[in-house]
Design a protein around this ligand. Structure first.
Ligand code: ZN
Length: 174
């Protein structure tokens, strides 16, 4: 293991362009379960606009338990912080992630393509207004737009899939 760490450090030191690709594994230390550890019943409810519309506060409690507690209480892991530090030093040029938790940005990384969307990409289900502030999910209740409509995050209102706005950003890194 130490040898692998040493080799990784050497590759980063010698590289002129380092792009990091992350998935669920990096967020496990923050308390977010990987696909294998997800509670299926909760995940199905979280992914459902019907549950959100019919029972917004129940939906919020499920999302809180599945993802939001980890985001707002544990926060970014050491790995998220280290990647932000490497970007700051010019050793990492960008991150592409399939994670929805926004933890790379919360750790301070700037050039992040969240290609499946995240809790920082939200739309009002009534008027369509976009909201890019992850903190709307940390107010203790289901977030609402000023028009009274409920906010849903990208994976939910778009039924998962790729987040079109960030895909070109990921492609630019080639
Ligand atoms: Zn609205």
């Amino acid at each position: 293991m130490d040898e692998q760490i040493r080799q990784l450090q050497q590759m980063i030191d010698e590289s002129h362009f380092t792009l990091v690709i992350t998935g669920a594994g990096i967020s496990v230390a923050s308390g977010i379960p990987s696909m294998h550890g997800l509670n299926l019943a909760e995940t199905l409810q979280f992914a459902s606009t019907s549950v959100l519309k019919l029972a917004p506060e129940h939906y919020y409690r499920v999302a809180r338990h599945s993802f939001l507690d980890a985001i707002f209480e544990s926060g970014p892991s050491l790995s998220h912080k280290k990647l932000a530090e490497l970007e700051e030093k010019g050793k990492v040029q960008g991150i592409i992630t399939t994670n929805l938790d926004n933890l790379h940005s919360l750790a301070g990384s700037k050039n992040v393509a969240e290609i499946q969307g995240s809790f920082a990409v939200n739309a009002c289900l009534k008027c369509g207004k976009r909201n890019y502030d992850v903190n709307i999910w940390n107010q203790g209740k289901a977030p609402r737009c000023e028009c009274g409509g409920l906010y849903a995050c990208w994976p939910v209102y778009a039924h998962v899939g790729l987040y079109n706005d960030d895909v070109p950003k990921a492609q630019e890194s080639r």
